[in-house]
Design a protein. Structure first.
Length: 587
């Protein structure tokens, strides 16, 4: 009786190795990586998804390379340190002698972002090492890195919102490209607003479903509560939610139909819970809504460019971008077979008109407009047969996306810091206009100055001999950094937190910065012995100070300097030839 001998397997279709080499088979051979019933199916990506991941990774690298701006981030960092140290919120601005010293000015927002700034800076300082300079550089670098996550989150959740609204991942990528072009000059500026923009994108993603999920009914109120403590722009989210509900009610056509509509009911429930939660879970209580209105009505804000309206006569006001959004709207609606919904009309009219009153509303209007146009993009693409080739989701594509992310992450300064143990150099972390040299020379003119600050150091040593120079008139953007550093006896007369100052003081400081009549009297009254401004933006003041050589000694003038390309990096510095005594308000 002979035993049966099994036939050797047929390896003709096996692209692995020889039959006797089990390691020669391809990884995953015999596994269907496109099986929609697999437990891993939710992780499968299409070709469009792979491209989207690569785009997000590139954005992560791009924004991690942007230098830290010397904007209001430094003032928020200063206030965040006070909040963490005292474990409460200040009743008024606690450091500068020229700010309002009663509770008539809103100071609590954005308290949570301010605390996050302090935590990030402190963590970076510890990672920087024992050297004082490296601790400072480490804190600043971590502060810069903190903003990268919400900025990338803005694009990530906008892509999700655009994809849900248009039904196409490729159109969502087109929307991201348009959003990048529209927001390239604003979204990269490190400030609390980027946290609000990230939450705004999350809100749009949740509102993009035909009917909000039960989970969204809970998450939307939590999102707005968090937003109210991170940034005052939460009012934009509340308005968007309210307009979406009203628009849906109008689309239903009758009260009975609206009552029976699940989207109406869930939006209403989410809105009520959000309004109550925001009123109860923030330091100001229900008064928070009134404070947002009062903040926007502060007369000091009218002097800031972003709070001024878009003007057709001024290209710098953003009028070109605004007109581009109007043209895009008209062309898209004309090509789309879909009708404009009541929600789209309400949101378009409300937020589309807002930039005519405040330029800063363009930051919210652009992503909101693109989100509104996405259904029309999808319908127009289908009508004109402009569709991206279909792609089968696959785990292999997901693995490819992960591999694409790796090189982008490895090129970021943060990873380089972890590898070398040293934070990035000053030229990488800080924008060229950050007054590091200027502040260091004023703080200690006896130390070896840089070549650029040699004249200032000599003048300070000769005239002050270790005494504080007194109150400083520096440009409001530079003043933010001096406010954070808080040099003893040298408070800045103003900085970009305009709402913290009494309107008469702010108006006089602003007039002085523009070289208006009375500039000298304002500086004399406050015993200012040093002026430091960016000459490209304060030409009248520079000309008038230069024209008084008996009173002022110009120690640095980089007006129209070819060696410094960034206009914000150029400085004009002058000191009094005969120093005035310090005022009682100076510390």
């Amino acid at each position: 009786m002979s035993s049966a001998v099994p036939e050797p397997p047929n390896n003709d279709d096996d692209d692995g190795g020889p039959a006797d080499d089990p390691m020669g088979r391809a990884v995953g051979a015999g596994i269907d990586f496109t099986d929609p019933n697999s437990r891993l199916a939710p992780l499968y990506l299409t070709t469009t998804g792979v491209i989207a991941v690569a785009v997000f990774a590139a954005l992560f690298l791009l924004y991690s390379l942007l230098p830290l701006q010397h904007t209001d981030v430094w003032g928020h960092l200063k206030l965040g340190g006070w909040i963490v140290e005292h474990r409460r919120l200040p009743a008024h601005e606690p450091f500068n002698p020229y700010t309002v010293k009663d509770d008539s000015v809103e100071t609590f927002q954005p308290w949570l972002t301010q605390a996050l700034y302090h935590a990030a800076y402190r963590a970076g300082s510890k990672l920087g090492g024992n050297d004082r300079a490296k601790r400072f550089h480490g804190g600043a670098e971590m502060l810069r890195d903190l903003h990268v996550i919400p900025i990338v989150a803005v694009y990530g959740f906008l892509w999700l919102a655009f994809r849900r609204a248009s039904g196409s991942g490729s159109l969502a990528l087109l929307g991201l490209g348009l959003q990048f072009l529209a927001g390239v000059s604003t979204i990269g500026v490190q400030r609390p607003q980027v946290f609000g923009l990230a939450l705004f994108a999350v809100l749009l993603a949740m509102l993009s479903r035909p009917v909000p999920t039960r989970r969204a009914v809970v998450l939307i109120p939590l999102l707005l509560i968090l937003w109210a403590n991170l940034h005052g722009g939460f009012a934009i989210g509340c308005a968007t939610l309210a307009l979406a509900w009203v628009g849906r009610c109008l689309a239903c056509g009758s009260v009975r139909a609206a009552y029976a509509d699940p989207r109406v009911r869930r939006l209403l429930l989410a809105g009520v819970l959000a309004a109550a939660g925001v009123a109860l879970l923030n330091p100001a209580g229900p008064r928070v809504y009134l404070l947002v209105i009062e903040f926007g009505a502060n007369p000091n804000l009218e002097t800031l460019a972003e709070w001024q309206p878009v003007r057709f006569s001024d290209p710098r006001s953003g009028i070109r971008l605004y007109v581009a959004t109007l043209v895009l709207t008209v062309v898209t609606v004309a090509l789309s077979p879909l009708r404009v919904t009541p929600t789209q009309c309400l949101i378009g009219l409300t937020f589309g008109v807002a930039p005519l009153f405040q330029q800063r509303m363009m930051t919210w209007w652009c992503p909101l407009l693109l989100w509104q146009l996405m259904p029309h993009f999808g319908a127009a693409a289908e009508r004109w047969r402009l569709t991206w080739p279909a792609s089968t989701p696959s785990l292999r594509k997901t693995m490819l996306a992960v591999l694409l992310v790796f090189p982008f992450v490895m090129l970021t300064p943060l990873v380089g810091w972890l590898q070398t143990g040293d934070p990035p150099p000053v030229a990488v972390t800080f924008r060229a206009g950050t007054p590091l040299e200027l502040l260091g020379t004023i703080a200690d003119p006896t130390a070896a100055p840089t070549r650029r600050m040699a004249g200032l150091a000599t003048a300070l040593r000769e005239r002050y001999a270790g005494r504080p120079v007194g109150p400083l008139f520096v440009a409001e953007g530079l003043g933010e950094f001096f406010y954070w550093r808080d040099l003893p006896g040298c408070p800045p007369l103003w900085f970009t937190h305009a709402h913290l100052f009494p309107p008469p003081h702010w108006a006089a400081a602003f007039a002085t910065g523009t070289g208006d009549p009375g500039w000298s009297e304002f500086l004399d009254r406050h015993r200012v012995n040093l002026i430091a401004v960016e000459p490209d933006f304060h030409r009248e003041l520079v000309a008038k100070v230069t024209a008084r050589p008996d009173d002022w000694l110009v120690v640095l003038d980089e007006t129209d300097s070819d060696a410094i390309r960034d206009p914000r990096g150029r400085l004009f510095v002058a000191v009094r030839k005969k120093p005035l005594p310090l005022p009682d308000a100076g510390r």
